[in-house]
Design a protein around this ligand. Structure first.
Ligand code: AMP
Ligand code: MG
Length: 330
């Protein structure tokens, strides 16, 4: 019998609710994205206030839009972490309230695992090396022995933060990745920037400083955008290649908001082809944060017996994905 589960995402700028079926159909995926003022970063309290005001409409849209009756929901999942405390708490309250009022189990989900599992579902990927590149993460990940393992990561800024902070320095409003991609597409003038791969980790802080200095020194936004993309994407592609060679896996998957970038896909595609590995990327609509990631992963967790009593359903701001037992994979 087909079952249904709702999922609530609220780790950072996005408040989103989705209903999915046990067969992997996404029946609704309503969202509202908090936009900070131009030139400013995400302010956790302001973002949480935005989530509070958009929650009723997003919830109604997701539940009514799914065509599934409230009484047909088997469980409610929520993103327990990692993320910004005030934002996480809004999602947790909404999910707790819904689960308690329906008398169904509450299922905590790790946000990063959510990105990966929805990516696997939508791209029919089974056992990939994952490049997770978003506002909150830059990690190279592969599954082994009951957990998603981190094979490399950023030692400082995430790739999303690098692009957003660079864009904000130019006066753009966050998120800036799309605007930087557009500006980069009209340049082929590579300006030398620091390339920092340390072991299988990357570091973006020197790259950010040098890129800002180039802008301040009068170089064009389009040339610096091109150069920052070429440098940062080559760094993450190099460490993904090493993880692929090391694990011998045959699939590579890009997930997270930066997966939308075409130049990143091109570099990753050339690299994957060298190893005869299949490259997939989460479709644009689902590559950024969304409730469907939480609902689908919530379903996988719920069917393997994961749930949490409402009284113990806190949030965990720092929750590394290699601490999460994955009972549904072998
Ligand atoms: P997420 O945290 O997964 O929602 O991803 C958000 C991040 O993705 C932000 O840092 C955006 O700037 C970035 N992003 C979105 N679209 C693009 C793009 N086309 N190219 C590069 N980065 C992007
Ligand atoms: Mg994310």
């Amino acid at each position: 019998m087909k079952r249904y589960i709702a999922g609530v995402e609220s780790t950072a700028h996005t408040f989103s609710v989705s209903v999915v079926s046990s067969e992997g159909e996404i029946l609704s995926n309503a969202k509202s994205v908090y936009k900070p003022p131009e030139g400013a970063g995400i302010h956790p309290f302001e973002a949480s206030q935005s989530h509070i005001s958009s929650a009723p409409a997003v919830l109604t849209q997701a539940l009514e839009g799914s065509g599934v009756g409230l009484g047909d929901l088997s469980a409610v999942a929520y993103a327990r972490g990692p993320g910004l405390g005030p934002c996480l708490r809004v999602g947790a309250v909404v999910a707790r309230t819904l689960a308690s009022s329906l008398g169904v189990p509450l299922v905590p989900v790790n946000h990063a695992v959510g990105h990966i599992e929805l990516g696997c579902l939508l791209t029919k990927t089974v056992d990939p090396v994952v490049l997770l590149v978003s506002g909150g993460h830059t990690m190279i990940i592969a599954y082994a022995g009951g957990r998603w393992r981190i094979l490399g990561e950023s030692l400082d800024l995430t790739l999303g933060q690098l692009l957003d902070q660079f864009g904000r320095h130019h006066g753009l409003a966050s998120p800036c990745g799309r605007a930087i991609e557009e500006a980069a597409s009209s340049s082929r003038n590579y300006l030398r920037l620091p390339y920092a791969v340390k072991g299988n980790d990357v570091s973006f802080s020197g790259l950010l400083t040098a890129s800002k200095q180039l802008l301040d020194g009068g170089e064009s936004f389009s040339d610096v955008s091109y150069s920052i993309q070429e440098t940062a994407f080559a760094m993450v592609t190099e460490v993904t290649e090493r993880a692929l060679a090391f694990t011998g896996k045959r699939e590579v998957m890009i997930v997270g908001g930066v997966a939308a970038n075409i130049r990143l896909s091109q570099m990753m595609s050339t690299m994957s082809a060298r190893h005869s590995a299949r490259l997939t990327a989460t479709p644009l609509e689902y590559s950024g944060d969304c409730g469907a990631q939480i609902a689908w992963t919530g379903w996988l967790a719920y069917k393997s017996g994961v749930s949490v009593p409402v009284a113990e359903s806190g949030v965990t701001q720092s929750w590394r994905l290699d601490n999460v037992d994955i009972a549904w994979r072998d």
